[in-house]
Design a protein around this ligand. Sequence first.
Ligand code: BDP
Length: 615
Amino acid sequence: MYPQQNDIRNTLDLSGLWQFKLDPHEQGERERWFEGLAGTRTIAVPASWNEQFQDTRDYLGTAWYAREFYVPTGWRDQRAYLRVGSANYVAQVWANGQLAGGHEGGHLPFALDVTDHVRWEEPNLVAIQVNGDLEPTRVPPGNVRQGLGGFMRGYPNTSFDFFPYTGLQRPVILFSVPQDHIADVTAVTTIEGRDGLVHVTAWQEGGALDGQVVLAGEGGQWAARLSFTDGCARAVFRVRNARLWSPDDPYLYRLTVTLNDGASTVDRYTLEVGIRTVAVQGDKLLLNGQPVTLTGFGKHEDFPVHGRGLNVPLVVKDYALLKWVGANSYRTSHYPYSEEAMQLADHEGILIVDEIPAVGLRFDDGEKNIEARAAQCRRQMQELIARDKNHPSVIAWSVANEPFPTNMIRRFTGGGGEEREDSDAIGTRFLEEMLALARELDPTRPVTLVGLMGGPVEWLALSDIVFINSYYGWYVLGGRLDAGAEMLAQQLDSLHQTLGKPIVISEFGADAIPGIHSDPPEMWTEEYQVELLRRYLDVAVARPFVVGLHVWNFADFKTGQSVGRVGGMNHKGVFTRDRRPKMAAHFLRERWTAQEATAAAGACDPRAEPASSTQ
Ligand code: BDP
């Protein structure tokens, strides 16, 4: 659960300046650096370490962070936890020289019980060892053996197209809870007629206390007693004429769970709850029983200097730009984003497709590697759903981005790619397993995997909603916009005919270097980017089963260095990296905000070209 400061619980944010030291020869543990770091420099947390110094840009190996802090005396009777929001990729934590625990996986929080390590009335030392090496067994993988002897390979050698930023990228927080405490709360909402039902499950740890749950918001306040059996208790509220959560009206009720010991309150935790449902029906995606069309982007957590580090003003700014451009949604490509981003999405009514870092997966490098990645994907899926299950903004889980079939290159080059290979069958089992796990952990949301253009249809068929990345007019049929649009139309029609499910075009776009122009449009110009997006929007609008369009990308973002990435950047953003609109942003705004106007006027298809704009 996200740490909370209230009358009982406490939080102490350790963001700020930390001591920092690289450990390229892995000597720190042997030399007991966790007892105190010597010869350090000062670094900011949270932030990726890569761009804070010139010599750390491409350093992904082991490094150490340390800082001292006091624990408030008032916490003496409570349990204390150290919570790391994101340590990319693997971390070990020492408190006052004692190993407190560790974590693998770069974008999800972990909390370690440090109660027994705390020193009262004197400074405490925390040391965190982080390693971000790229390895085939990690998720996402890197340094994967590839054909072509390294020809055209990028640096660093990732299996994904974004910079492998490393370090303590989200806040490190010390928090305390009472000995007997609320361990978890889940709120699931359903709708019956005009009523909203809020189904609450609460878990307590340590005690055999009674509890109470109160829901408050428009229409009143509702309370129920929680009696725990085996640490778990349930309650259901019926909210008559509920004010439903939606992008147009992201209304949140407040749900407060308390544990009571006779007369006094022992623990308290408050959640914001949006009453809404998500469902797939035939080839439609339904929000609160009504068809919804996703407009938006694939994004990245990325900005100069702090890299992938949490930057709350940037989260706010990005949501303001999403609204400005008329977007209602985005995908957390290609890893879970900050908890603050999810909270703000709840407040602002942004629909989120929440993705684990399973990008660049292949199934042809041996059972050991494949199983190591599967284990890691399972863990990340569990941790992601545990973290984000209560956000009304989260409307779907994505278990992978562009899993790579072995015969892909042959598929593209026309060399008989249709025959199945063993590794494709391994891939099928892998993806089936991840989708089944997500469905089991959360039966209330659709699940998907994001397919690679031209990838196996049998993989797309496994999803509840078909997500497909499509680069006709760019990587395929580059320079040929009309031929690209024709291919897109054919592919969509054939997928719809075969699968009969709603389709989201989850990536499409063209790199555009800001300020480069041409007429007629040529690749890499702003005009070409606009014209490519226009064609995709036009093809989609004629196909009601296309229930979403996510442009790749919201903003330009940093990548490794390679022949396809000018200045170490992917330039498919419709905003520049510093959030200035390219021509494409104005184009989308014209299309997507006009959609609101026509929708409000009750006109037919909201995605249609506005009458005033020129073709
Ligand atoms: C897609 C990937 C995305 C890349 C994009 C691109 O899903 O991560 O950045 O292509 O090449 O294949 O721009």
